[in-house]
Design a protein around this ligand. Structure first.
Ligand code: AMP
Ligand code: ZN
Length: 462
């Protein structure tokens, strides 16, 4: 069975065919690191993770890049944002009395913790926008040499009037896009949809982050970073580009315009957009106090894994409504799953072909995770042997990422536990070579020992 995906560009479900059968290239628009990442954002990153895991499950090699926006962009660039024209990172730096770099580093560290808690696989590489300034400047130079740019008093702009396909991704005609574009701010723009490639530093700014460029001191526009990082890491045409649906109309449209204008090649073959997470049927926003973080989830007694299960309960192209009750239902389902798995002990088993077929049918048909979860429960309720259930569930979990392995009720023999305890003693005393010998012995006997912050955990090796 082949993987099929809904491609926002063609508005059709298509079979996924990478340019290079040996290496899939994938880019996910990552967070602006000025605050804690919300459960809304994480819905989109879990989509990226499920797609990545599905590609790995299909035995593709994948180069997966996620950017971290550590240059403050004017949030007004992003249609629909209320706080027009403020630089989020600079604002956070002022709020917390730190430098922009410290703000970015702090929230990047926190985001990486979140990635671990939600059991998201790490991208091949995280790219920080501030580490790709010269690539961004070079991209503007190319666009300038091809006459796609013009200068105003506050920056260098992309002339969307010169890019005939502008609007193709959103599917909106030119008139609609113009209506959607904010009544501008900058009367020097030639078209309402034109966007900044480079912004000059305002003279009275306390801005911490600015760079020299052929056009003057300033900072890159937000859209530019994704094009520059995506193309320099993955090539001029990438297979997959993922983000939340809010990015489709402006951000991704602008990425396409500037990349394709520069290279003359198609920028992305498959655009994958995730629907939004709503809270109590409404918009999630900081001002409403409902932009929950993982800390809010944990404080109320839920685990990030409950949240992961909750996300999987809706198709990625359907809006998902977050309520504490709905998260509670996901928690109960996870508990049920854990209880059942803890009763499974039988060793030796095989994949159940019927259940694998049902799971894959759901997964590969545009990542239908609710149906894939139904296949998990069908397997659990079936009369397949316990050993086969274990093997099949762990196979599914390569995609689900629910860490099912740790709940299976194998008993760890006392002598293995004793070995692990001895190893822990060596480790605490810094006698690494002896600790390592014991770790190897444990592995040879079919178990693995994992270090944790306050101890260790022994698991069966699969
Ligand atoms: P931002 O940090 O605002 O640039 O957003 C990072 C990612 O999260 C983007 O892909 C957004 O589309 C996505 N995102 C933002 N809000 C939500 C939401 N409520 N539900 C799902 N995805 C979201
Ligand atoms: Zn982006």
């Amino acid at each position: 069975m082949e993987l099929k995906l809904y491609n926002s560009l063609t508005r059709e479900i298509e079979e996924f065919v990478p340019q290079d059968p040996d290496l899939v290239t994938m880019y996910v628009c990552g967070p602006t690191v000025y605050d804690y990442v919300t459960v809304g954002n994480y819905r989109t990153y879990v989509l990226g993770d499920i797609l990545y895991r599905t590609l790995l499950y299909k035995k593709f090699n994948v180069k997966y890049i996620m950017n971290l926006t550590d240059v403050g962009h004017l949030s007004g660039d992003n249609l629909g944002d209320a706080d027009v024209g403020e630089d989020r990172i600079e604002k956070a730096a002022e709020r917390e009395g730190k430098s922009a770099t410290d703000i970015a580093s702090f929230y990047i560290r926190d985001f990486k913790d979140g990635i671990r808690k939600l059991n998201l696989l790490k991208p091949t590489k995280f790219t920080r926008a501030t580490e790709y300034i010269s690539e961004q400047i070079n991209l503007i130079k190319v666009l300038e040499s091809k006459s796609f740019t013009y200068e105003t008093s506050d920056g260098v702009y992309f002339d969307t009037g010169k890019f005939p396909d502008y609007g193709k991704l959103s599917g909106l005609d030119d008139k609609k896009i113009k209506e959607g574009a904010r009544v501008e701010v900058n009367p020097e723009k030639k078209n309402p949809t034109d966007f900044a490639l480079w912004k000059f530093s305002p003279r009275d700014s306390k801005r911490w982050q600015e760079w020299n460029s052929p056009w003057g001191k300033g900072f890159p526009g937000w859209h530019l970073e994704c094009s520059a990082m995506c193309m320099s890491e993955l090539g001029e045409t990438v297979d997959l580009h993922v983000g939340g649906e809010d990015l489709k109309m402006i951000h991704h449209q602008n990425e396409i315009a500037q990349s394709e204008a520069a290279t003359g090649k198609k920028f992305v073959n498959y655009w994958v957009h995730g629907a939004f997470l709503l809270v109590d049927e409404g918009r999630m926003s900081k001002s409403l106090g409902n932009a929950y973080t993982l800390y809010d989830i944990e404080e109320r007694g839920y685990s990030p894994m409950d949240l992961r299960y909750f996300y999987l309960g809706a198709h990625y192209r359907s809006p998902l409504n977050f309520t504490w009750d709905a998260l509670g239902a996901a928690k109960s389902a996870m508990e049920r799953l854990r209880n059942i798995l803890s009763g499974y002990k039988q060793e030796g088993g095989q994949l159940s072909p019927d259940h694998v077929f049902r799971f894959e049918e759901a997964l590969l048909e545009d990542l239908n995770m609710p149906k894939a979860l139904a296949a998990v429960w069908d397997l659990i309720k079936s009369d397949v042997s316990e050993g086969d259930k274990i093997v099949t569930l762990l196979y599914f979990d390569e995609v689900l990422g629910l860490d099912l392995e740790s709940y299976i009720g194998y008993e760890i023999p006392q002598e293995i536990m004793d070995l692990a305890k001895t190893r822990e003693q060596y480790r605490r005393n810094g006698i690494w070579d002896k600790a390592d010998v014991i770790r190897k012995e444990i592995e040879e006997r079919g178990f693995v020992v994992e270090d944790e912050i306050d101890g260790f955990k022994v698991k069966k090796k699969f």
